[in-house]
Design a protein around this ligand. Structure first.
Ligand SMILES: [Zn+2]
Ligand SMILES: [Zn+2]
Length: 69
């Protein structure tokens, strides 16, 4: 595996899990929600907001229309 983690900028050791997403490589443990820092382990939990990975909960919450008072 060549390339560098988009989060920490380090390379990948043999055997360390790399995730390819948003045309970038990420350490598995560094691929986490940009808002709540929760690790995104499953593809169906992943949502994208511009260049940031977001978990499903945060993605929903930032897109919720403001509540009427
Ligand atoms: Zn990393
Ligand atoms: Zn989140």
């Amino acid at each position: 595996m060549t390339g560098r983690c988009a989060s920490c900028g380090n390379g990948f050791d043999d055997g360390s899990g790399a995730i390819y997403a948003m045309r970038q490589l990420w350490h598995k443990e560094h691929f986490a929600c940009a808002l709540c820092s929760r690790q995104i382990c499953h593809r169906d939990e992943l949502r994208m907001d511009a260049a940031r990975p977001l978990c499903r909960d945060c993605f929903v919450s930032i897109r919720k229309p403001p509540k009427c008072a």
